[in-house]
Design a protein around this ligand. Structure first.
Ligand code: C2E
Ligand code: MG
Ligand code: MG
Length: 596
């Protein structure tokens, strides 16, 4: 399509105001509610400028960006208001238009007033498609928006030219991680590192993180596990003209069997305090009385008629609301819904302690004395205390450190046994892989223990970056022996990649002459000189089938893996030996356990 045709398409769109707006929900996983909707502009469906990317690009090139922006915003506000969508309205705005002389600051406020949308409901998303030269001006313009009561989101974090600088200078309320870092995050340790560091920075700057472009349940599992709470993507809903406002229709069934293998799968019952709750219509005076009568009551959950939590009242905030002169008299008969907060953390009892801890630390405004709500299938059960989570997590960390391998810090034999027991208990299908380095002893002898340790650390690193933390496990048995448990279907590919990673990473350890010869010579166990090939891996795999789980215990399973490793070791170079529990069982009904 020629530039002239594009220009004429744009002119027609602007003249006929033939834009439409789609909405894509952004959800809060912990609170199981819709935080709001991002408005996404579309040209007419038969137009070459249907997609917003070319549409905005052509408008930018032909200096008509402001016009297009104003029309887009108008359409977004109108449709949002017509459909009475709940929560926040996220509006995309190109920063350049804020800097243009014809930019009229009061226009958006007037637009919102027309459609009855409060400024506090609006989040301005800054899309950074071009390098921004004038930080100072942008800063001023944004402060201006903020002073009008809007929140600010930094869009596509990680994709732009200067997002980190923008982040530190603009102090946005939200940061939206670019889709690139979410796509395949369960398969990529570097992407997980990136998101992990964004979460740390966000918690330091009190920004809330939104992950965009979630398409797969595996991506969701990793993000949820890392403590990313605000989510957007096709997995929940595509952008739609009339989006759903029912959270239950959007949330895919979260698979409880996908508790990470590395984690204790026990639920939150140890944290549960069965506290009283009140209905939304309960008079404030009654709630006040409940706090007076029970000195250790920090928070009180407010429920709807279906016994689902809709709000929370904290002792401190209630006290400060009622400190004002005559407040108690004024409020005593009013319903508690007037003073409750709808910003609370809600967790299902079946979730793990680690999960709750990550959610708590990722919340921008969590105070230690404010309790969270525990439910079962959405129905109120009781309250949990932040201090109890901290205590249990600290105990768990101490225990983990005690059982970790001192060199690689990977889980040692006790957690390995626990992991295998959990697998058997839950009758999960899995791949248990015993990993052993070939010719490690002669390598250690000739290169010394420091290099040997480096090679072990290198293998630990390769193992950790090749696993999917939502369903896999890595442990260090000791020396050059490691144990890997894979729950993912693509395990063959992962093991193949692991071997390749390790061999190429190890090249930096060898002397040039050894690298060139492809081998090194050292004394063998009989004290004679012998040539050894460069380091490679022997992998002993047990394919555990659910049917075999009842017949095995953890040490028998470990023995089967160790036997498979011995078979692999008998083959020179990289080798993989697979023992399938199905074949074992077919040979003789009791042979699964006996084989060990
Ligand atoms: P964005 O703001 O980063 O919007 C997210 C884009 O990701 C949207 O593309 C959305 O449809 C798409 N998306 C959402 N979930 C998924 C997913 O799970 N998988 C994949 N593959 N994509 C997903 P869309 O609607 O084509 O918009 C593209 C860009 O155009 C937006 O990126 C935004 O930068 C810009 N844009 C859209 N509307 C407006 C507007 O009114 N004003 C301005 N200035 N820019 C707009
Ligand atoms: Mg956006
Ligand atoms: Mg984006």
């Amino acid at each position: 399509m020629t530039t002239i045709e594009q220009l004429s398409a744009l002119t027609q769109i602007l003249a006929q105001r033939s834009l439409s707006t789609l909405f894509q929900p952004i959800i809060s996983l912990s609170e199981r509610r819709i935080l709001g909707y991002e408005a996404l502009t579309r040209g007419p469906s038969n137009s070459p400028l249907h997609s917003p990317i070319p549409l905005f690009a052509v408008a930018r090139q032909s200096a008509r960006l402001s016009e297009l922006e104003v029309l887009s915003r108008q359409s977004a506000c109108q449709r949002f208001s017509e459909q009475q969508l709940p929560g926040l309205l996220f509006l995309n705005i190109s920063p350049e238009t804020l800097l243009e002389p014809e930019h009229q600051p009061g226009r958006t406020l007037r637009l919102l007033e027309t459609y009855g949308i409060a400024p506090s409901q609006v989040v301005i998303e800054l899309t950074e498609q071009a390098p921004i030269d004038d930080f100072a001006l942008l800063h001023t313009a944004l402060h201006h928006y903020r002073s009008m009561g809007f929140s600010i989101a930094l869009d596509d974090l990680g994709a732009g030219y200067s997002s980190l600088r923008l982040w530190s200078e603009l102090r946005p309320d939200y940061v939206k991680i670019d889709r690139h870092f979410i796509d395949g995050i369960h398969l990529d340790a570097v992407k997980r590192e990136f998101v992990g560091s964004i979460l740390k920075m966000a918690s330091a700057s009190r920004a809330q993180v939104i992950a965009e472009g979630i398409e797969l349940p595996e991506e969701l599992a990793v993000l949820a596990d890392m403590g990313v709470d605000l989510l957007q993507g096709y997995l929940f809903s595509r952008p739609q003209d009339q989006p759903s406002s029912d959270i239950h229709a959007l949330l895919p069934k979260l698979d409880c069997s996908s508790t990470p293998l590395a984690e204790d799968s026990s639920d939150l019952s140890a944290l549960l305090n069965r506290q009283i709750s009140v209905g939304a219509q309960a008079p404030i005076g009654e709630v006040l009385e409940a706090f007076r009568a029970q000195a250790n009551l920090n928070s009180l959950a407010v429920l709807n008629e279906q016994q689902q939590p809709i709000g929370i009242v904290h002792r401190n905030s209630l006290a400060s609301a009622l400190l004002k002169p005559f407040a108690t008299d004024l409020f005593a008969r009013k319903p508690i819904s007037r003073l409750m907060s709808d910003d609370f953390l809600l967790v299902e009892q079946s979730q793990s302690l680690q999960h709750v801890s990550r959610l708590l630390t990722s919340r921008a405004r969590q105070r230690i004395e404010e309790d969270f709500i525990i439910t079962e299938h959405g129905i109120y059960l009781g309250l949990g205390r932040v201090i109890d989570v901290l205590k249990l997590i600290t105990e768990l960390k101490i225990q983990q450190a005690r059982h970790a391998n001192p060199l690689t810090l990977l889980p040692g034999n006790v957690p390995i046994q626990q992991c295998l027991s959990r697998l058997l208990q839950q009758s999960r299908e899995a791949i248990i892989c015993y990993v052993d380095i070939d010719h490690f002893k002669p390598f250690n002898d000739i290169y010394g223990y420091a290099k040997g340790d480096e090679a072990l650390l290198c293998l630990a690193q390769c193992l950790s970056s090749r696993v999917d933390p939502s369903c896999d496990f890595v442990g260090h048995i000791g020396g050059d022996d490691f144990l890997l448990v894979l729950g993912s279907d693509d395990w063959r590919q992962r093991l193949h990649n692991l071997q390749e990673d390790f061999q190429s990473q190890c090249r930096r350890f060898y002397r040039a002459e050894h690298l060139q010869a492809g081998c090194f010579s050292s004394l063998n166990r009989q004290g004679q000189h012998q040539e050894f090939p460069l380091l490679s891996l022997s992998l002993g795999v047990v394919h555990l089938r659910p049917e075999a789980c009842a017949q095995l215990d953890a040490s028998q399973l470990a023995d089967l893996a160790s036997q498979a490793k011995r078979h692999a070791k008998a083959v020179p170079g990289y080798s993989l030996h697979i023992t399938d529990t199905q074949t074992l069982a077919a040979q003789s009904p009791n042979s699964v356990a006996r084989a060990s």
